[in-house]
Design a protein. Structure first.
Length: 172
C-alpha cells in the first residue's frame, strides 16, 4: 500500500454525521488494541456555521474549548483558534507512537495552515494512517495539500474496508 493509501477522507454528505462515523471508527480501533490518537469535534450549545464547541483528545480525553461566546469583529464565525492550537500542541507528541491518527476536520483554519495543520503534516510525514473529514468548502485546499488521499463513502463499511486494507499491508 502506498503512503497516499494510508490517508483517507470521509466524504461529507448531506444528512450524514461524519464526526459520529469518525468517533465510532476511532473507538472501535482502540477497543481492538490499536494506539489511536487525534482529536474529535464535540458539539455543545453552539449554533451556526462554526458550531463545534470542543475538540476532545482521543488518548487523554481532555477537552479543548474551540467556541467563542462572541464572534470577532468583522466575522460571524465563533471559532476559537487558540483552543484548536492548544489541542494541536497536545497532540503532536503523540503522533510518533500512534498506529492511526484521526482528526476531526480539515477546515478553514487548516486551509490557512493554522489550527490542526501541523498535526496533519506530522501524521503524513510520519507515514501514519490518517482518517479525517474535510469541510466541503475547503476541499480544494485539502486536494492541493494531499490530493492523492482515498475518499471514503460516509458509512462504517467503507471505513472498515480501508482499515482492513491497511492491516493487510501490516499497518493498523
Amino acid at each position: 500500500m502506498t503512503r497516499s493509501d494510508a490517508i483517507a477522507v470521509i466524504a461529507n454528505r448531506e444528512g450524514r454525521d461524519t464526526q459520529a462515523l469518525l468517533r465510532a471508527a476511532a473507538d472501535g480501533w482502540g477497543r481492538a488494541g490499536a494506539r489511536v490518537v487525534g482529536v474529535l469535534a464535540e458539539d455543545g450549545d453552539a449554533e451556526g456555521e462554526c458550531s463545534a464547541a470542543f475538540l476532545r483528545d482521543i488518548a487523554s480525553g481532555k477537552r479543548f474549548s474551540i467556541h467563542l461566546d462572541a464572534a470577532p469583529a468583522g466575522t460571524t464565525c465563533h471559532l476559537d483558534t487558540a483552543g484548536i492550537d492548544d489541542a494541536c500542541a497536545g497532540l503532536l507528541p503523540q503522533i510518533a507512537g500512534a498506529d492511526v491518527v484521526a482528526l476531526s476536520k480539515f477546515g478553514k483554519t487548516e486551509a490557512m495552515r493554522r489550527g490542526l495543520w501541523a498535526a496533519f503534516r506530522e501524521a503524513i510525514a510520519a507515514g501514519k494512517p490518517l482518517l479525517m473529514t474535510v469541510s466541503a468548502k475547503h476541499r480544494d485546499a485539502w486536494t492541493a495539500f494531499a490530493g492523492e488521499a482515498v475518499w471514503l463513502e460516509p458509512d462504517g463499511g467503507s471505513i472498515e474496508r480501508w482499515r482492513h486494507a491497511l492491516e493487510g499491508q501490516g499497518r493498523r
